[in-house]
Design a binder for this molecule. Structure first.
Ligand code: NIG
Ligand code: FE
Length: 413
């Protein structure tokens, strides 16, 4: 079984809360990975003995002390010297729309000269996606996955929603499932052109044949509950149908204005309600009393020139907050979690520590996963070594590529 020791870590973010620190920060730490899982986390001084083992590289020097038992049993250990750099859990991007054709650069350009963002643009991407072959979409997806990994994202969710026929939604769910277990059926993204005069018929289709075709490839059901998309009553019906097919609910809500998305998400026990840009005091109170994560997507406000969501208000009220990219061709064509962290700190009142937590452990909670987003014994060995001595640099040095090395399931990406 392959084993890797990452040692001489200047600042290790474990997200295993300790001593009042929700990020469970350790200094001068080491992590042992065995068979793709975290086998041991502790002080670097306790992990020195094995550094000269064959296969090691960049061997550093550490004061002699006891090795952890688990370490002394490893053969052929690879040793990585972090040289005092910071290590964090891999980013968990709990909200993307990565299977689509075309792009909408022209719309972005028009917005930057004053045009508003409207949900209707989704239909343009639907047309381009329907026109793309499986292989074209698959190749695009592979490029996005490489882009995510290079930026430190080790777990990601993908939604359907640019097909909107039974066959097209089925192939988007199937293609997404080739690259992630976190697939969300979003047939209720917008009512497609051909159903614009018979929207009830479209809701029937989503709840019937389309759901039936997509459920085998999906874990989640989502609905865009917003003016211009689906009403709360339609959304309620769609989520209930998904749950009846074994899917778990999540909701797009309160993105373009105040609305019922948050209330619906809490009522349905959704894992997450995403956007949360326009919230009433009642929405915030309902979230605080629920298990529903508020997932904030600041790439959207950045690229639509909307006001940013108020993360401080949510956190101070006791709401669990996640950050995600919402990577899609319309409202947020970026997959950069470091950018989300920088925006959350600069524009949304989050501290650097809160933003890093929200982009890792928060995303894991939004996906109801406890094996990612934390560096705890037994969890998946998904880690990012930064080209910096502290995670604070993710917000302090915006736009600078700080992701140095990425491990996914213990293997260097
Ligand atoms: O999350 N809100 C709905 N869906 C996407 C936008 C999709 C698009 O404009 O193509 C979002 O922002
Ligand atoms: Fe979205």
């Amino acid at each position: 079984m392959t084993a890797t020791l990452i040692t001489n870590i200047g600042e290790l973010t474990t997200n295993v809360a300790a001593d009042g620190d929700p990020l469970g920060t350790l200094h001068d730490a080491a992590v042992l990975i065995v068979g793709g899982r975290i086998a041991w986390v502790g002080p670097a001084s306790a992990a020195h003995d094995r550094e000269s083992t064959s296969g090691g590289r960049e061997v550093g020097s550490h004061p002699a002390s006891r090795s952890p038992d688990v370490l002394s049993r490893q053969e052929g250990l690879e040793v990585v010297d972090a040289g005092g750099r910071a290590v964090i859990p891999g980013f968990v991007d709990s909200h993307t729309h990565l299977v689509f054709g075309g792009d909408r650069a022209d719309e972005f350009e028009a917005r930057m000269t004053g045009a508003p963002y409207a949900a209707g643009g989704i239909r343009r991407t639907v047309a381009a996606t329907r026109a793309a072959s499986d292989d074209e979409l698959r190749a695009r997806l592979a490029a996005f996955v490489a882009e995510l990994h290079a930026q430190g994202t080790t777990t990601f969710e993908i939604k359907t929603g640019y097909g909107l026929t039974v066959a097209d939604e089925e192939r988007l769910a199937r293609l997404a499932a080739e690259v992630t277990p976190e697939v969300t059926f979003l047939g209720a993204h917008v009512v497609p052109e051909e159903y614009s005069e018979r929207r009830a018929g479209y809701v029937d289709l989503v709840c019937g044949a389309m759901l039936h075709a997509c459920a085998p490839h999906s874990r989640w059901i989502d609905v865009f509950c917003e003016r211009g998309a689906f009403t709360p009553d339609e959304a309620r019906r769609i989520l209930a149908a998904g749950v009846a097919h074994g899917l778990q609910p999540r909701v797009h809500g309160n993105q373009l204005g105040p609305g019922d998305g948050v209330r619906l998400a809490v009522e349905r026990g959704a894992a997450s309600v995403d956007h949360c840009t326009y919230l009433s005091d009642d929405d915030v109170a309902a979230l605080a009393e629920s298990d529903t994560v508020a997932t904030l997507l600041p790439g959207v406000e950045f690229s639509t020139r909307q006001p940013y969501p108020d993360a401080r208000r949510l956190i101070d009220a006791g709401v669990t907050v996640a950050l995600a990219s919402d990577c899609n061709p319309g409202s947020s064509f970026t997959s950069s979690m470091p950018l989300m962290i920088a925006l959350a700190v600069r524009e949304m009142g989050m501290t650097p520590a809160e933003a890093v937590w929200a982009a890792t452990a928060g995303g894991a909670k939004a996906l109801r996963r406890d094996d990612v987003g934390v560096l705890a014994v037994g969890g998946r060995a998904d880690l990012v070594m930064l080209g910096a001595q502290t995670r604070v640099h993710l917000a302090y040095r915006p736009g600078v590529p700080l992701v140095n090395t990425v491990w996914i399931g213990g293997a260097e990406a």
